[in-house]
Design a binder for this molecule. Sequence first.
Ligand code: KIV
Length: 271
Amino acid sequence: MSVHSAFKKVTTHSLQQMKKQQEKISMLTAYDYSFAKLFDESGIDVILVGDSAANVMAGHETTLPITLDQMIYHGQSVVRAVKRALVVVDLPFGSYQSNSSLALASAIRIMKETGAHAVKLEGGEEVLESINAIVKAGIPVMGHLGLTPQSIYQFGSYTVRAKDEDEANALKKNIQLLQDAGCFAVVLEKIPAALAKEVTESISIPTIGIGAGKYCDGQVLVMHDMLGINTEFKPRFLRQYLQLHEQITNAVQQYISDVKENQFPSDKESY
Ligand code: KIV
């Protein structure tokens, strides 16, 4: 039996045990009750209520506009569905960067009002005080390094991060700081696979990659991307497991045609 199937409920400790026993961690985003229930029943280890909800649920160009209240709404919907997976909710832009008291208050709201098991936030040294305050309050924190979408206007583009030595060295230092501060895992987004391998081997907490190669301790994808609901977003790292855009379009067009031609409902579908 794999380690993960032995867990009735996945906890932050389960993830660390999985790293030790070299069992990969599976993580997907979800933002609502129905998909969270499907993913949990399918056996996913971690569900991330990502601030990518700003993009895929609300249609914003970046993750910056989503609010703490909106993240809490998505978190509540997901938590209601989940029996086994670890649920992590993103702290949105502006809810933790300015000072550690605000960060702690935001994290406490997420934990109290959603029933989630952990929070995630982006950044290294610059948000260390916030991480310290949240961890000290007993709230598990997942870090996020590499391409951090809340800093997109600083980066200027969504290209691969930490390709040059300075940025790679900064990432190596930051991941150590996150581990020392008590983070239970770290997302590594869009960095070279060799760097992800090196830092994964250098720390005892799990790394979860997205566009960071196969040596991370786990992988995460945004559900709309992996299910093929979006057609415009096709980065190299993305594997589409379904083409739902095409299948849903066909189904809706068939429905429209059935309604127009009075083929739906039939006598059997009527009372
Ligand atoms: O918000 C999100 O979906 C994320 C993942 C891309 C890791 O942070």
